[in-house]
Design a protein around this ligand. Structure first.
Ligand code: GLC
Length: 422
């Protein structure tokens, strides 16, 4: 068993390095060796896989048991609850934080999470774009855990009957959503359009797909006032106005939109890959009837926003050595495979996307890899939370028709400038 010996050696090296890490980052209330029980906080576990996965760790590490704290499904609410906890007197209850990729800078700049020693977390096997999301100011503040990229899910059975290919452009999507969906009693198209982080993602994808941007220079410059942004927001607003995006989609987060698709009520859905995996699982009413393609754009392939989450250690973690060991465990090859097979979440390790057995079981993996590798980060800003709130509020007004896309883009430019120069 050569691989086991090699893995054993790897673990030994890791243990030595991590012990060194603890020694250098010693904290008053940690155990003598920085080891002991932990709490892991995460946003809602939509596929219910994480508890059972952590049971594996708990059985093997009885003195370093992890307690899972599941926060709400909505990224914004999870963000608010984590911050409230971190700001609490003693640095909070959460030792390990599963943070959205776009929170790393904010958490690091605020001193809530501690820098991690790069040598303890070799990142060469990770997909390239995910590593950037874990660094701030040239230092590693988290380890990539799950990645994500938006895909267009479609009803293959319906498109096959109509003899059409899945849409590659917005015009094709719009045409099919308008003309084919009603024939089958379906709603045309939906994404996540409730005002929350999901709407920021959907709006950014529309703007990026049209060739535009929102902020430049790490948030110093507002770049949203462009024809591309008007086109992107106009595409979504037109959908609602013309009815091929149903009004009820303005209340959808990931789960509600997935449910509409899974119940057989939607022809097209923008969602993360977990929705494809869940909707195609045995027992789903649309199992065997769906497909997934890259997001379309105005003239061809569109651009997805990079999603996912990273694992970080609370600056006041009670047992930082155990926290680092748990992170190494969760981001290692074996558990990353389970993140996909049990959690239906896109892993961060590049080699899994080439694994023939996994590709057979999850046929969307090659499409997903392309989408992740070409995905764009969300606007970068030290005030990201406020940037996102502005985008959600203004784009929602454009979708409900309270504001034209033109005036929405002007307002975005104004309000984003105010946030950036605060
Ligand atoms: C998914 C993504 C995350 C994003 C969120 C928005 O959880 O992985 O990055 O912020 O959706 O709703």
């Amino acid at each position: 068993m050569r691989w086991m010996r090699a893995a054993g050696r790897g673990l030994l090296v890791l243990a030595v390095v991590l012990t060194g890490y603890v020694a250098s980052g010693a904290h008053a209330d940690e155990g003598a060796d920085g080891r002991g029980p932990l709490t892991l906080a995460t946003a809602g576990d939509l596929t219910g896989y994480l508890g059972p996965l952590l049971d594996g760790w708990n059985r093997a590490h009885p003195a370093e048991k992890v307690t899972l704290v599941e926060l709400p499904d909505s990224a914004d609410e999870t963000h608010a609850q984590m911050i409230t906890d971190l700001r609490g007197g003693d640095g909070g209850r959460f030792d390990v934080l599963n943070i959205d990729v776009n929170w790393t800078s904010e958490f690091a700049a605020a001193g809530w999470i501690r820098p991690l020693p790069r040598d303890s977390f070799p990142l060469s096997g990770f997909l390239r774009p995910v590593v950037d999301t874990a660094t701030y100011d040239g230092r590693l503040y988290a380890v990539p855990y799950v990645t994500n990229a938006g895909l267009l899910l479609y009803r293959k059975d319906v498109l096959d009957k109509e003899g059409v290919q899945p849409p590659r452009t917005w015009a094709e999507l719009e045409r099919d959503a308008k003309t084919i969906a009603p024939k089958y009693g379906l709603d045309g198209y939906a994404g996540q359009f409730l005002p929350y982080e999901g709407l920021t993602v959907n709006a950014a994808e529309a703007v990026y797909s049209a060739g535009g941007s929102i902020l430049g220079d790490e948030g110093e410059r507002v770049t949203v006032n462009s024809d591309a942004a008007r086109e992107g927001i106009g595409f979504l607003a037109r959908g609602v106005r013309e009815g091929w995006i149903p009004k009820r989609a303005l209340t959808y987060k990931e789960e509600e939109s997935k449910q509409a698709f899974q119940d057989g009520r939607l022809l097209f859905l923008r969602n993360w890959p977990y929705a494809y995996a869940v909707a195609s699982a045995p027992g789903s009413p649309v199992a065997g009837k769906i497909g997934a393609v890259p997001l379309p754009g105005p003239d061809g392939r569109g651009r997805s926003v990079l999603g996912g989450s990273n694992l970080a250690v609370n600056a006041h973690a009670r047992h930082p050595d155990s926290a680092a060991r748990l992170i190494a465990y969760l981001t290692g090859e074996r558990v990353q495979r389970q993140v996909l097979t049990r959690g239906a979440l896109p892993p961060v390790r590049a080699s899994l996307y080439d694994d023939p057995a996994l590709v057979r079981r999850f046929p969307y993996l090659p499409t997903l890899r392309t989408a992740v590798l070409s995905a764009a980060p969300r606007p970068k800003s030290p005030h990201y939370d406020q940037v996102s709130l502005v985008v959600q509020a203004v784009v929602h007004d454009a979708l409900t028709g309270r504001e034209t896309p033109e005036s929405a883009v002007r307002r975005l430019a104004r309000e984003l400038a105010a946030v950036s120069h605060r």
